[in-house]
Design a protein around this ligand. Sequence first.
Ligand SMILES: [Zn+2]
Length: 132
Amino acid sequence: MTKAPSDLENLLVSFDLTDPLRDRLYLVLAALPSEVQRDFIEDDRFCIRPLSREKSCETLLALPAPDGSGSRCVVLKKRLASCSQAFGLYVIAHELAHAYLRNGSWEQFTDPEEAADALAASWGFDKPASWF
Ligand SMILES: [Zn+2]
């Protein structure tokens, strides 16, 4: 299985080519370990979508269950394109970490939020000291 750029770009189909959030998302996806990229690319239930303001009531998603059932859809707010680059990339990586972990634990981190932060940091996306 190759990780050709087109495979990653297939994960971006919900975003306009002109959407700055698409660029940030691609930066994060391209930095992920190949086994994580493969996990996303090969799972038909995995998707990443921009949060649509008009349809904000649709953003309540089933959290993925540890057994792999349920949704693996990541929804990103538009604000992630306009906040600082470090914070935007961190949040995107954090949400992708939840999806990769099926909202579960990672290594010694049993709390899903701590696990997502730790995994995102291992990918190079530390929680910024400043959120702006
Ligand atoms: Zn989280």
